[in-house]
Design a protein around this ligand. Sequence first.
Ligand SMILES: NC(=O)c1ccc[n+]([C@@H]2O[C@H](COP(=O)([O-])OP(=O)(O)OC[C@H]3O[C@@H](n4cnc5c(N)ncnc54)[C@H](O)[C@@H]3O)[C@@H](O)[C@H]2O)c1
Length: 330
Amino acid sequence: MKITVVGGGSWGLALSKVLSDNQHQVLVYDVNEKIVNKINDLHICLQLNEDIPKDIKATTNIKEAMEFSDVLLFVVPTKVLRIAIKDALPHIKGEKLIINAAKGIEPSTFLRISEIFDEMIPSEFLKGFVALSGPSHAEEVIRGNTTLITASSDKLENALFVQELFHNSDYFRVYTSTDLKGSELGGALKNVFALASGILAGRGLGDNARAALITRGLYEMSKFYKAYGADVKSITGLTGIGDLVVTCTSPHSRNYQAGFKIGNGKDLEETLNSMTMVVEGIRTCEAAYLFAKDNNVDAPIIDAVYDVVFNKMNPEKVAKRLLGRSVKSE
Ligand SMILES: NC(=O)c1ccc[n+]([C@@H]2O[C@H](COP(=O)([O-])OP(=O)(O)OC[C@H]3O[C@@H](n4cnc5c(N)ncnc54)[C@H](O)[C@@H]3O)[C@@H](O)[C@H]2O)c1
């Protein structure tokens, strides 16, 4: 099959490699000419400095990219998603299946990513939407390390199609789910807890605190699942606890790394300036914080991360506030 990948960063190219390993033809579209040249001339992923298969081609021409295939895999930071869709829209002629692998919730609207596509792409051009999510660092996938992930869609047939597209019995096992909401929420929210996990580590706290954070964080996530009408059972799957564990414990996680720096005393601007790749948890923290306030969701950990990151509150003071809350049954 032919697949267009929008976004040639670390995750876009790791997924392109899986598709190429599965004998599909991939054309990557990226706005950054340097990234496109590295792919075409040196067969390298610029962000990860890793080799990619020679048959992966790239372009900065959005028209060419949209005409290449009816299957579009979007892997751009959520901050620029609306820009990427707007640029693509005039060149979308027939019905397209959209796969999204980026993770976030829009702060101003609380929309999940599939809802942004629904809002922006006229229904006659939208064959369906599939979210690809789970515990998967690009650094490991691009080296062919064993990874399990879930393709989620309201329509099972679309999830099955994407499962077949990506499944590789050597290293990339793909499950399906019809709980699109749960998958999108899990992928977005876990990044806020990864920031918290990094902050704890940056303050020198240990494994006990991290395990407690993951456990109570999972409970906090379940409240958002309920408020959004997602299936709370999904929280025990790859898109829930799977992704939460990997991102709260791995040094590959950009959100964990950013949290670590903030925990070490760097402010937000300094932290973000020192990161070369996207830190989605910051934007999602704002969205989750505001959503919780608007919808009466009790989210003490998200409140705490928000206060440290946006209100520059001392992490020690915020941790004391969390520990000092009235005691209760688990
Ligand atoms: N890196 C990972 O391990 C990983 C794993 C799972 C999910 N994700 C998610 O995938 C998304 C992308 O992450 P990443 O790590 O690949 O980021 P990245 O910073 O490595 O790459 C983003 C790419 O998007 C390109 N881009 C920016 N604006 C664009 C536009 N308008 N049109 C086309 N391309 C554009 C940039 O030039 C860049 O190459 C994020 O939401 C992230 O949370 C990442």
